[in-house]
Design a protein around this ligand. Sequence first.
Ligand code: NAD
Length: 385
Amino acid sequence: MTAFAFHTTRSILVRSGAAADLGQHAGPVLGPRVLLVTDPGLRRIGLDRAPVQSLQAAGQDVTVFDRVEPDPSVATLEAAVAAGRAAGVSGVLGLGGGSSLDVAKVAALRLGSDQPLDQAWGVGRARGKRLPLVLVPTTAGTGSEVTPVAILTVEGDEKRGISSDILLPDLAILDADLTLGLPPEITAATGIDAMVHAIEAYASASPNNNPLSRMLAREALRLLGAHIETAVHHGGDRPAREAMLLGAMLAGQAFANSPVAAVHALAYPVGGLFHIPHGLSNALLLTHVLRFNLPAAAATYAGIAADAFPGLAATPEPGRAEAFIAALDDLIRRLGMPQRLRDVGIPHQALAGMAAEAMKQERLLVNNPRRVTEADALSIYLEAW
Ligand code: NAD
């Protein structure tokens, strides 16, 4: 068997309603003064109220930083760090989608380590201690609660990542009740994001692609494929929401150890330059990248087709990968998502610049089952336009 390493979050609590008892679960980890990192939308709908009250009832002092924007910037990170320093916090709690969780991760690092941020970008380069960290996702998408990754937007609208096991939190709490009110379009985009994580992890060319990641990716696809439409169209369906949150986490564990590839690399310029939500950016590129990959990955895609779409078990092997891609196209359409880059306002003349920008994502492109040149990236964008 090929050697591999597998890392994940040390403690994971999965229970609907757990966020209301946050003080009991997260209090002992975080210490007496907590920096809560979240976004203004969640604050507006009061999703932070019960967790904050629970922490306060457990005797914790809570400083709320609620200024995280989608695809958060380094300036936002620095503001969160400044708020944490001013309050002398002992631990960081991230509550929200991937944007809030990623800011919480790097804030915990910056508050505990004196390494300059410039030296932490990339894989395995972050150093030092971080403050205790608890992550509570409110979208079923990124899996950030179990990944060593944090993505921030740097000057020039480039999305840049830090990947280091130091960023894995001490505790992740999955409370599907927090996701019951997630609007349909965010449910769809984040759910497709999770499916992309599972597909790219399963097919990753990373030397650390491993049997655990592949097993987790397949179970993730089963859960996400079976429940995404119910979650989008009947948001209050708790079993569907629970399945989505679990599926997104399993996909996160899969790709944390068998990293994602060209769908993400080509999606980043869409998000970074045009501020299209991350999951939607992935959805717009997904089937075009998979079609490009077919010469290298048809058998791999055929192997997972029936996990996401059980009806495809009856489709004969030559042609099953193409049927899988067509089923994904169909799903994205049924979820009511925009389907072409031009539908989200991306001008044709931007595509060449986006292709150049995508090539900066070497960290991801090396994992693609088929090599992607800048000319390939441009033709994929043209197909997707
Ligand atoms: P997000 O965190 O940007 O949130 C999107 C919107 O959803 C926000 O307006 C927020 O207020 C709203 N929202 C979140 N939860 C809600 C709820 N329960 N009810 C109502 N509204 C809610 O979205 P995301 O897709 O979760 O995260 C995207 C970010 O995560 C991107 O920056 C992406 O690059 C990053 N990412 C990180 C990883 C990782 O491993 N760390 C993986 C994939 C993506």
